[in-house]
Design a protein around this ligand. Structure first.
Ligand code: ZN
Length: 471
């Protein structure tokens, strides 16, 4: 019985771990590598295993850095089931099909570049829409809290991870001969007391824990303070006669921002604003959210019952087409525009930035992490001018970051989740930049917990719970 780290070991994206029980091989997640100059090539590299020999995949949640290489896995021969919650499956459909269209785009661009340099021929996309559809056809949904026999000797129970809709901690009871082990993979963990979603679940028993550490070294700003600040920004921008732009990820942040606008509608005097959700993918993801109200926390469920629609925002306009998106430009004031991409690296937000950044009465509000090298990061860093769609645009709008909106728990949340795992088992940290993982390891170690940081290729013997040779 072995566990080997492959992706999201020593970094944040590309989540993938390989579990061997008897003669069965199971993947925990199969995510896309994102960011960094070499991610394109890294995603194309051969897997360190034969895809056709993988018996099953267990998917913690739909985010692309956990699910994005599933179509590639199918393309390379995988035909087994993919176990996920029903909401995770529905969101994965939205995200994987979008991923396939981006892959087609990237391939066409690479082919054009090749032709410009005198070469010829087409460039094969990482995977196609047909590959995505094929792997989506292999999904089998498993309910939270109900033990499910995945394979002989492998029993799976999903527990709510509170990160995005349908996100789960993967709790496994593994049996091989006389050996029995309980392995828990946290997936990504949400903040406690965040809106819409339930808190991460406690009461999990484990002999070994695999735990995310994205914000292992950080404390988030208080949620109440974040909301108060958001309200002030809206009131001030309305007074100044400007617009508010909110770059947001399609799954998670977009829904939370809409939910907060809905629940603070009167307090923030939103009646004389127009709210635009300018992203077909975010619209689809929102529909999946509202369809799965059975997974909401008490408060959101109560609101859903009362209002019969979610979110309760009478002035919300959903912009699906390019024409609807361009029509937003007519609003010189009183528009709240939620659009992707979350880090301003592309998507419709870029056009809105071009129109509104030069205007000092407008506000740009970030709700998520901005990676180095992105336009979002340049703006957060306070640049006076930026390059957008080939022109230099002066930045006169106010740029704000609301830290309390993160989908990931901070160090206190991560420690709180671990304290809910019975038996104080050893921990291997995954899904974190080296500094963040080290910070969490140190605080766990100081309280007497045996904690290590996963490295790619490191293989653990689940019998002894110790390392074996690097593979
Ligand atoms: Zn995630």
């Amino acid at each position: 019985m072995h566990l080997q780290f492959f992706g999201a070991a020593g970094e944040v994206t590309g989540s993938c771990h390989i579990l061997e029980v008897g003669h069965h091989r199971i993947l925990l997640d199969c995510g896309l590598i994102q960011g960094g100059v070499t991610h394109g090539e890294r995603n194309r590299e051969p897997f360190p295993f034969d895809a056709a020999q993988i018996d099953a995949v267990i998917l913690s949640h739909a985010h692309i850095d956990h699910s994005g290489r599933l179509p590639l896995l199918h393309k390379r021969g995988f035909r087994g089931p993919v176990f996920a919650t029903a909401a995770c499956r529905d969101l994965a459909r939205v995200l994987l099909l979008d991923c396939a269209s981006i892959a087609a785009h990237d391939a066409a661009r690479a082919a054009r570049r090749r032709r410009r340099n005198g070469g010829q021929g087409t460039v094969e996309p990482l995977f196609t829409e047909a590959d995505a559809e094929a792997v989506l056809g292999l999904f089998r949904s498993v309910r939270y809290g109900q033990p499910f026999q995945v394979l002989p000797g492998v029993e799976l129970t999903f527990r709510d991870a509170g990160h995005i809709l349908g996100s789960a901690c993967v709790c496994l009871r593994l049996v091989e001969g006389d050996l029995e082990r309980r392995l828990v993979f946290s997936g990504d963990l949400g903040q406690y007391d965040s809106p819409i979603l339930r808190d991460p679940e406690a009461g999990i028993a484990a002999d070994l824990v695999l735990m995310e550490s994205t914000y292992g070294g950080r404390q988030h700003r208080d949620r109440e303070a974040t909301l108060a600040e958001f309200g002030e920004i809206l009131l001030r921008t309305r007074r100044d006669g400007g617009n508010v732009l909110i770059p947001a990820f399609a799954v998670g942040r977009s829904q939370e921002v809409l939910y907060q606008l809905g629940t603070h509608y009167d307090e923030w005097q939103l009646a004389d604003w127009q709210v635009f959700l300018d992203s077909p993918m975010a619209i689809e993801a929102s529909e999946v959210y509202w369809r799965h109200s059975e997974l909401f926390d008490e408060e959101a469920r109560e609101l859903h019952r009362r209002e019969e629609s979610m979110p309760a925002l009478p002035n919300l306009r959903l912009c699906r087409t390019a024409e609807e998106s361009m029509a937003i430009n007519r609003f010189t004031n009183g528009a709240i525009v939620i659009a992707g991409s979350g880090m301003c690296t592309g998507g419709r937000i870029v056009h809105h930035l071009k129109h509104n950044l030069p205007r000092s009465e407008c506000d740009l509000v970030f709700t998520g992490y901005q990676a180095a090298g992105t336009l979002g990061r340049a703006l957060v860093d306070g640049r006076d001018e930026v390059r957008i769609l080939g022109s230099v645009v002066p930045v006169n709008a106010r740029v704000q970051t609301l830290g309390g909106f993160s989908a990931h728990g901070d160090q206190a949340d991560l420690l709180r989740w671990y304290s809910g795992v019975e038996g104080e088992p050893p921990v291997w940290l995954v899904h974190g930049e080296p500094d963040a993982s080290a910070a969490l390891r140190d605080v766990l170690s100081r309280s007497g917990v045996q904690a290590g940081i996963a490295e790619p290729g490191l293989r653990l013997d689940l019998g002894t719970l110790g390392k074996t040779a690097q593979g």
